[in-house]
Ligand binder design. Structure first.
Ligand code: HSE
Length: 401
């Protein structure tokens, strides 16, 4: 019997327990012996549950139990999660997590400790919920240099945007429903302001480019400024609005990384990604574009990835996975001002003024306003040109080329 522990009994933690119960036979076959969840750590009272006797509120019980070899940390946040993860690794236990904030900020150190202790720190569930993306990047696509990663990385915002686009639902109502569905972070600001997607593009960049991308340095814009008018203008230009995380490699090995709302052409496969679904396009220099698609958030989808990582640890007890990246000293992140892309600009004023200021490809009139698709410019160049017509500029967003 293999004994494991779950740190945190929120949406994902309760899902992990449920998957171990629901698929006990399959999991035992894959692990080579039955798996028992010996402890669940949570300060709240869950004594009413059928497995209420498994709850502990003292982490050291788990830390000091040599029977527990694999632990999942699904508490979220960085303070206690960091402390407990580090202590588990130092105690020789493998740790699996869905905690993107912790992986993005402390992953390099935790992976180094895991290596020193010859155990695993795995984090498939930290990006894309139930979508396999980390393991494909470090294994199946390992022989590639990555030219670009581009994706819809947050289920909550994609759900909100889909509701706005398809049903004209107000932002607040759509957010409430995402919370009810268990998609949103404890503080949904992290979703709607783009911080969650930013942590995820940082993790993917760390893996792709081999050095730490700091979420505090990566440009991040969420969806709170998007209006139903922008949704309508995008439609007139043949696009939908999506929150996109991108990392683009430059010839010298440096890279742009950022999160921002984009207009996406309706023909693009990313435009068809709706509701809680995520999709990640990875462009490898040998394989070309590969797209990963599936449920990016939610209890069982995310738990599926956590449990699979735990199984991986059980199956490879003597061979740790060699995953890691540098401490950020290579300074690979390029200032975003130089990144060139096509743009969408919404403007109130004279068409001639708009066309004089910007290299417009097409301009549509929408209820007395102008919606322009603008030929490629760097962010700095766009900002300088918009300055000349600043009184009339209502919105600007990149267009995914
Ligand atoms: N709040 C996150 C999302 C959960 O909506 O995508 C999954 O990381």
């Amino acid at each position: 019997m293999i004994k494991v522990a779950i740190l945190g009994h929120g949406t994902v933690g309760s899902g992990v327990y449920e998957v171990f119960e629901m698929n006990a036979g399959k999991i035992a076959r894959a692990a080579g012996e039955p798996v028992e969840v010996k402890y669940v750590l949570d300060l709240r009272d869950f004594s009413h549950l059928p497995y209420g006797n498994k709850f502990v509120n003292d982490f050291s019980v788990i830390e000091n139990d040599p029977e527990v070899t694999v632990v999942c940390e699904v508490m979220g946040g960085v303070r206690a999660a960091y402390d407990f993860t580090k202590r588990c690794l130092l105690a020789g236990k493998s740790v699996c997590t869905s905690n993107k904030e912790l992986v993005a900020t402390k992953g390099e150190e935790l992976l180094r400790i895991a290596k020193e202790k010859n155990v695993n720190y795995l984090f498939e569930a930290s990006v894309g919920g139930g979508i396999p993306i980390i393991r494909p990047m470090v294994q199946c696509l390992a022989a590639n240099e990555f030219n670009q990663i581009c994706g819809i990385l947050n289920g909550t915002t994609n759900y909100i945007l889909t509701q706005m686009i398809k049903n004209g639902v107000a932002f607040e109502d759509a957010l409430r429903q995402a919370q009810v569905n268990g998609y949103a972070e404890a503080d949904p600001t992290a979703d709607i302001e783009g911080h969650d997607a930013c942590r995820k593009i940082c993790i993917l960049s760390d893996l792709a480019f081999g050095d730490k991308f700091d979420p505090d340095e990566v440009s991040c814009e969420g969806i709170t400024k998007i209006t139903l008018r922008d949704v309508e203008c995008a439609d007139k230009l043949g696009c939908v609005i999506k929150l996109i995380g991108r990392a683009v490699r430059c010839e010298d090995g440096s890279a742009y990384a950022f999160v921002a709302p984009h207009l996406v052409q309706k023909e693009s496969p990313l435009a068809a990604v709706e509701d809680v679904f995520n999709a990640i396009m990875v462009d490898g220099n040998a394989t070309g574009e590969v797209m990963f698609y599936g449920k990016g958030a939610g209890k069982l989808a995310t738990a599926s990835a956590v449990c699979a990582d735990m199984l991986d640890c059980m199956q490879h007890r003597d061979r740790r996975r060699d995953i890691g990246w540098g401490d950020g000293s290579q300074k690979l992140l390029r200032p975003l001002g130089g990144f060139v892309s096509p743009w969408y600009v919404r403007f109130r004023g004279e068409r001639a003024a708009l066309e004089a200021a910007l290299p417009c490809e097409s301009v549509r009139e929408v209820d007395g306003e102008l919606a322009a698709s603008v030929n490629p410019l760097s962010s700095d160049e766009l900002a300088a040109r918009l300055e000349t017509i600043r009184g009339g500029v209502l919105a600007s967003m990149r267009v995914l080329a």
